[in-house]
Design a protein around this ligand. Structure first.
Ligand code: NAD
Length: 354
């Protein structure tokens, strides 16, 4: 199930890792069978944004694999509840701080996963300056940490670097169609700058980096009111309220279950590939279809209510994952209805959603 692979890993001058074989540039690894290899279990990772939605699942998976984890988070959009399962775990440490300020992590570090950033449109609209700082200063500080430690660095970038795409589906070679002063610009341009900075640290300083471009991810621990389509529709359907579909709902999204996204992140980290590499589910659904599926899975009779579409809302979203398949041996394995059902089950247990 877990699509992690073996492959070349960054050496740490102070780290505990050793360089493996560079299998993943060409290997077609079996994503059903492959699991984290023994090297990973001895490793120590820093996860910025580790108390967030994706980051907390990444922390859990790393701990399952025996990797020691330092989670660096200021709880701007994350929560202690997301990492409650790690309470009492001696291999997990929470370091409450803002990564936009310079920081250090004592001891060896083999991997730095940089996820810290507001990520939902509601969050980055509320926190435009924090979003730009997390993408710029925060990325520089996380890269500096990786450089000092001789660690491999992974940047969690986004499909938003493609903006409102003029090429469909989106391959990594597409440069995007982004409004630099639009309502999403603080996020899109922060991530584009973060990619440029990561590329420059690799070229100028030899930092072992990889950029992953995550497409829409969903699953347990999303916040009910974070403004993204899946939690919004689930919350509305469970409450018997109208499902608010933007525009006519014909705009498309591709939804990747969080376990698959985390597998893709780990496969990229375990490879020697620099990226950028798309991590997402190529099954493309209209937003209206997503709303209808969620309504049906919830057994809800809620009506659909069409509301104004936000400015610069992307019309089409679908990753070309050919590179992830060939270079990382990764592809999503969770069927969307199954993933939505697991997510609905989690939401239905939340006190407010019942
Ligand atoms: N969820 C998705 O669909 C998706 C898609 C594309 C990219 N991504 C990327 O994945 C990463 C995680 O996204 P998410 O959905 O889990 O978002 P999230 O908001 O749940 O998690 C982000 C985490 O970063 C923390 N954070 C923000 N600014 C910080 C700072 N300055 N210092 C320390 N911590 C800070 C937040 O408190 C939170 O815990 C983000 O970088 C996002 O851009 C996510």
């Amino acid at each position: 199930m877990r699509g992690a692979t073996t492959g070349e890993k960054g050496t740490g001058e102070k780290g505990t890792g050793e360089k493996g074989t560079a299998e993943t540039d060409t290997a077609e690894t079996d994503t059903e069978e492959a699991d984290m290899d023994g090297d990973w279990r001895a490793r120590r990772a820093v996860v910025t944004g580790g108390a967030g939605f994706v980051g907390s699942h990444l922390c859990d998976r790393l701990r399952e694999e025996g990797t020691e984890v330092v989670c660096v988070d200021n709880l701007l959009t994350g929560s202690i509840g997301n990492i409650a399962a790690r309470s009492g775990d001696a291999g997990f440490q929470l370091d409450l701080r803002d990564v936009s300020e310079p920081f250090d992590v004592p001891g060896p570090v083999d991997l730095v996963f940089h996820l810290a950033s507001p990520a939902s449109p509601h969050d980055y609209a509320r926190h435009p300056l924090e979003t730009l700082r997390a993408g710029s200063h925060g990325t520089a500080n996380a890269l500096d940490l990786a450089h000092r430690k001789g660690a491999r660095f992974l940047l969690a970038s986004t499909s938003e670097v493609y903006g409102d795409p003029l090429v469909h589906p989106q391959p990594e070679t597409y440069w995007g169609n982004v409004n630099p002063v639009g309502p999403r610009s603080q996020y899109d341009e922060a991530k584009r700058y973060a990619e440029a900075l990561t590329t420059a640290y690799r070229a100028a300083l030899g930092v072992d980096t990889v950029i992953v471009r995550l497409f829409n991810t969903y699953g347990p621990r999303m916040r009910p009111k974070d403004g993204r389509a899946v939690p919004t529709f689930i919350t509305q359907a469970l409450a018997g309220e109208p499902l608010t579909v933007a525009g006519d709902g014909s705009q498309t999204r591709s939804l990747c279950y969080v376990d698959d996204t985390v597998s893709g992140i780990l496969a990229a980290a375990a490879s020697g590939h620099p990226g950028p590499v798309n991590i997402g589910n190529p099954v493309e659904l209209s937003v209206l279809d997503v709303a209808r599926r969620i309504r049906a899975l919830c057994g809800s009779a809620s009506p659909i209510a069409f509301v104004d579409r936000p400015a610069d809302d992307p019309g089409l979203r679908r990753p070309d994952i050919g590179l992830a398949r060939s270079a990382l041996g990764w592809q999503p394995v969770v069927d969307v209805d199954k993933g939505l059902a697991m997510t609905i089950d989690w939401f239905s247990r939340l006190p407010a959603a019942g």
